[in-house]
Design a protein around this ligand. Structure first.
Ligand code: DX5
Ligand code: ZN
Length: 231
């Protein structure tokens, strides 16, 4: 993938509310929505699969009330299959589980789809793309972790770029367009790298909510960078 590679797919931006000001969460979600966000990313952490504890179904349900955008729920929890119903009931659109936390991944994906949600699989930096090979026919989206899960504001692991490209090729081989998200360390510089490698959804936390500009300004900077890649 060279610098000059163009991106043919429409790139979507998913603000990650982990970086939002929780004292005004509703307002910030609405600002992101008004600024043209394509979906809202919600990071659920249990203090077991990852060292941090964040939000649960109650927050998903609250966000559901302030926006009509699809809700992209990223479960960084052990035994995620126990909570599919709760997050589906709360209004999740996409439910993503970690392959590393899912010994019976096929069954868990079936469960997610049976609840009318889109089934996502997240893969940690050490997990090879090939681990998803046999299930490409039933995965709706893949979240490629470009940091170690658990915290916002970390640095993009550049070595993950080739994994994104491999997964995009695997999606082609499976003759299905699978959404490929990148999660962690996406900013004005890394957005382009991820999009050129084949990601079509960029999850962005700190660079949208904790940057110098407003959410709308930060979003429009990111959009104009991506527009260059799409010319
Ligand atoms: C990390 C989370 C990410 C995080 C990204 O475990 O899955 O979604 O919010 O935040 P930034 O964009 O700040 O790296
Ligand atoms: Zn996430």
């Amino acid at each position: 993938m060279g610098e000059e590679t163009t991106v043919n797919t429409m790139i979507q931006i998913a603000p990650s509310i982990l970086a939002a000001d929780f004292t005004r969460l509703g307002e910030q979600v609405q600002q992101a929505d008004a600024a043209g966000a394509d979906l809202i990313h919600i990071d659920v952490m249990d203090g077991r699969f990852v060292p941090n504890i964040t939000m649960g179904p109650l927050v998903v349900e609250a966000v559901r009330r302030v926006t009509d955008l699809p809700l992209d729920v990223h479960l960084m929890i052990i035994e995620p299959e126990r909570y599919i119903d709760a997050f589906a009931d709360a209004g999740a659109t996409n439910i993503t589980v970690h392959i590393e936390a899912s010994p019976n991944l096929h069954r868990t994906l079936q469960l997610i789809r049976a609840r009318g949600c889109r089934a996502g699989v997240a893969i940690n930096p050490h997990t090879p793309a090939s681990a998803l090979g046999e299930l490409m026919y039933m995965i709706d989206l893949i979240n490629v972790m470009t940091v170690n899960p658990g915290f916002g504001g970390q640095t993009f692991i550049t070595e993950m770029t080739s994994k994104i490209a491999r997964l995009r090729a695997m999606s082609g081989d499976a003759k299905r367009f699978i959404d490929i998200e990148v999660d962690g360390g996406i900013n004005e510089e890394t957005a382009m790298t991820a999009a050129q490698a084949g990601a079509n959804i960029l999850i962005v936390g700190s660079a949208l909510f904790n940057n110098s500009g407003t959410i709308a300004e930060n979003m429009s900077v990111m959009r104009s960078i991506l527009a260059e890649a799409q010319q």
